[in-house]
Write a protein that binds this ligand. Structure first.
Ligand code: IMP
Length: 427
């Protein structure tokens, strides 16, 4: 097999992956999601139309492309059914092109409820999740208490599994949280109906993907969230519950590492983070506000304002390393136009000591002070630039600096939300 590509976010999510995947989809036969769930939100602009997708790969907007939600994704059937309906209503053909793995775990109402209850608990980390039930669903998966799509679509098996699962969950709800129990009948009725609606889309995606590989069809593997939210390598416990990094593509699809090909890392020209947790380069000031307004940094899933700050090259180098990113896409470069100077954090300082490597201990990260390198800004509007040569010298210097700091070439530069506002170097 050849010609596959894994795309991953290198920061805290919201790097603009949706746009890159949308542009690249044209060159691949199938687009595959491998982790996360409806906590993600990919915004894609096609002409004057705007699409926001949470579960369905944005490849669906390209006629004829196969789109696969592989087994590493946790799928909220209500959300998926809604997205399918929304696409159909806008004339997008879904049947025979969209597939959901029969091993995907189902996000159930109790997962969303536990997500809310846990966030409301005092004393724990203030993660500020998207409340989409992601953490509790992955927790049940690991505890071997989850329900998979193959079970959801079989009313007899689903009844048995739901009975067992709700019995245990209702004990926790009533005895620990002093909350009302979840009613079996209404959940069974609603979810078995959803199982019926979604049944035609459910298949053995492992077999399907291996079949595609044998036929020499190329795959674009679409990562959601960002590496700093990875359950293993991110800022734990302020992370999401899935394997966000490139390695997640193999456990999340059943395709072996040797078959997966190159990794494209996607990073914004600055940083943003939504939700709680350490963010050393955060600019809780006018600069941060300017980046937020210019970059329209509001969550596409929750609408929450994102925290914004300078590029954190310590975190970026860590992400490049664990993902094995061979090329970079640098997004939202246009947002930096008009800033007198631009800063990049190249090291951290803690108690007089400098740290060049990203610390595994989140407690350390909470206390570091960023050490910045300052670059000159540019005033030119970049949104019309079509070629690298049209960029102002200061923007070129900035891109060169990103390459030098990470050791990875910047292959794509995004200068606006539209498909066309993308400079591809050497291609
Ligand atoms: P969860 O994934 O809903 O459990 O949220 C865990 C953390 O990850 C929270 O800080 C969320 O704000 C963050 N998060 C989850 N999904 C995304 C995303 O797609 N973009 C940015 N942040 C996300």
């Amino acid at each position: 097999m050849g010609g596959n590509l894994i795309t991953v976010g290198l920061q805290w999510g919201d790097e603009g992956k949706g746009k890159i995947i949308d542009v690249l989809s044209e060159q691949y036969d199938a687009v595959v999601r491998f982790q996360g769930g409806a906590n993600a939100g990919h915004t894609v602009h096609v002409g004057d139309e705007k699409f926001v997708l949470h579960l369905i790969p944005s490849g669906i907007l390209h006629p004829g492309k196969q789109c696969i939600i592989a087994n590493g994704v946790v799928v909220d059937p209500e959300c998926l059914a809604g997205e399918i309906e929304g696409l159909k209503a806008r004339g997008i053909d879904v049947e025979g092109r969209l597939w959901v793995g029969d091993r995907c775990h189902v996000v159930m109402p109790h997962h969303k409820l536990f997500d809310e209850l846990r966030e409301a608990e005092k004393g724990g980390p203030d993660i500020q999740t998207t409340q989409r039930g992601i953490g509790p669903c992955y927790a049940d998966k690991a505890a071997r208490d989850g329900i998979r799509f193959g079970e959801l679509i079989d009313p007899v098996i689903f009844r048995r599994r739901l009975k067992h699962v709700l019995k245990a969950r209702n004990l926790v709800l009533t005895r620990i949280y002093d909350a009302d129990p979840i009613d079996f009948d209404s959940v069974y009725e609603r979810y078995s109906r959803l199982g019926g609606t979604l049944g035609p889309f459910v298949t053995d995606t492992v077999g399907m993907l291996h079949g595609f590989s044998r036929e020499g069809r190329s795959l674009l593997l679409e990562g959601a969230q960002g590496s700093m939210l990875d359950i293993n390598f991110g800022t734990y416990p302020y992370v999401t519950s899935s394997n966000v990094c490139a390695g997640g593509a193999t456990v999340g699809t059943g395709l072996p590492p040797s078959s997966l090909g190159q990794v494209l890392g996607i990073a914004k020209a600055y940083c943003s983070r939504v939700g709680g947790g350490p963010f050393p380069t955060e600019q809780d000031n006018e600069t941060g506000e300017l980046l937020r307004e210019r970059g329209n940094e509001y969550g596409s899933t929750t609408g929450r304002p994102r925290r914004c700050g300078w590029l954190d090259a310590v975190a970026l180098r860590h992400a490049v390393q664990i993902n094995g990113a061979g090329t970079l896409a640098l997004m939202l470069l246009d947002v930096l136009s008009g800033l007198g100077e631009i800063k990049v954090c190249t090291r951290y300082r803690l108690e007089g000591r400098e740290i060049a490597d990203f610390p595994g201990d989140t407690g350390v990260l909470e206390n570091v002070e960023p050490v910045y390198e300052t670059f000159r800004g540019w005033s030119d509007d970049l949104t019309g630039a079509e070629r690298f040569e049209q960029l102002p010298a200061a923007a070129v210097d900035y891109i060169n600096a990103v390459e030098k700091i990470t050791g990875v070439p910047v292959k794509m530069i995004s200068v606006g939300p539209k498909r066309k506002q993308l400079i591809v170097r050497g291609g």
